[in-house]
Design a protein around this ligand. Structure first.
Ligand SMILES: Nc1ncnc2c1ncn2[C@@H]1O[C@H](COP(=O)(O)OP(=O)(O)OP(=O)(O)O)[C@@H](O)[C@H]1O
Length: 332
């Protein structure tokens, strides 16, 4: 049994009467990448803020690195690194000065701080820009600097709130390479929130799916996909209401749902069942304009547990909004 790095116990946050995080329980094991996956507004940032002692829970608590977030917040803070969603680096200082400022906050002696800053800036490939003011950095460079800053105290656990938000695909991949390196070389525990399904799938050792303040599923990507099982047939028809009735009476159909973009059918073997379903629809005068058969992906897993798609377009619109908000905050 692995050691537990984080344990949330009935962790709850209310803003007035609104429950942002609703009695959640989970464990994060030492040395793993734990992905907290959910749409905007699901409660991810609120959870991270409670775990990192920025916000006080309304109810429940959590143990982080063996310390209680309510009773021992200072000890929690000393043992963790945090990269929040908003930019935190000082724009008027250089990358190097930001590193030193962070080291100062932790009371790290100057000579040790210099050594670590050099090593960390090298790791995130910012040595060449160390003496430039942060205001000249791109979004990706800022994120890399902030990851380096969060590591200056050699934390055992690193919390990252949407570290790849608003970054291009190449920079996102590079950020993940640093995160993987921290796990592999420094055996660090990483708690990371994201609304990118493919990032959670590719890099998460285990994932929690959170929506409307509740955890709907926890497991490795493989375990979650196995839970969904079978194949998924997606259809667009000339009469979805009628099609639903017909499909649900076809033998071997495990589940059929109307989605925003058509009908989703769960069956054990898609290739075997699809012709039968098509035939029964055609017999009843229903035309099928599009059909696809897929094995469960994280997208399917997400849909299975939340009942909706985490749409790319939706994500990118919200992402741009959040990114602009972050940039605005960085400027003020
Ligand atoms: N200070 C606050 N006062 C009132 N409501 C809040 C406050 N902060 C967050 N909320 C609400 O709580 C819910 C959860 O917000 P939270 O920021 O934790 O979500 P999230 O999953 O991190 O999404 P995002 O990625 O957009 O930050 C949202 O509905 C949000 O509007």
């Amino acid at each position: 049994m692995s050691n537990i790095a984080i344990k949330a116990i009935n962790l709850t946050k209310m803003y007035g009467k609104f429950i942002a995080v609703d009695h959640i329980n989970f464990e994060v094991y030492e040395g793993e990448i734990f992905g907290f996956l959910g749409p905007n507004g699901a409660g991810k940032s609120t959870t991270i803020k409670m775990l990192t002692t920025v916000l006080k829970p309304t109810e429940g608590t959590a143990i982080v690195n063996g310390y209680d977030i309510i009773k021992q917040p200072a000890l929690v803070r000393q043992s963790i690194g945090v990269v929040p969603q908003e930019y935190t680096a000082d724009e008027d200082l250089t990358g190097w000065e930001n590193m030193m400022m962070m080291a100062g906050l932790y009371g790290i002696p100057k000579d040790i701080a210099k050594e670590r800053a050099k090593e960390l800036l090298e790791m995130v490939e910012l040595t060449h820009a160390a003496n430039r003011k942060v205001e000249t950095y791109s979004g990706g460079m800022r994120r890399r600097l902030e990851i380096a800053m969060s590591l200056i105290s050699r934390p055992k656990i690193l919390f990252l709130d949407e570290p790849t938000l608003g970054l291009d695909a190449q920079t996102r991949a590079a950020i993940w390479q640093y995160i993987l390196k921290l796990k592999e070389e420094y055996k660090m525990t990483i708690f990371v929130t994201t609304h990118y399904l493919e990032e959670a799938d590719m890099y998460g050792d285990r994932i929690a799916i959170i929506d409307k303040g509740k955890i709907l599923a926890i497991g490795s990507p493989k375990e979650l996909k196995e839970k969904v099982g079978g194949d998924v047939i997606s259809l667009q028809t000339s009469n979805d209401e009628e099609a639903l009735k017909i499909i649900s009476s076809v033998e071997g159909v495990i589940d059929v749902k109307k989605m925003n973009d058509g009908i989703r059918i769960k069956v054990k073997d898609g290739e075997e069942k699809a012709p039968e379903i098509l035939e029964s629809l055609m017999k009843n005068g229903i035309k099928v304009s599009r059909m696809s058969i897929t094995e469960p992906t994280m997208d399917e897993v997400y849909m299975e547990f939340t009942g909706k798609r985490l749409r790319d377009e939706e994500a990118s619109a919200q992402e741009m909004f959040a990114f602009r908000r972050t940039v605005r905050r960085a400027r003020t």
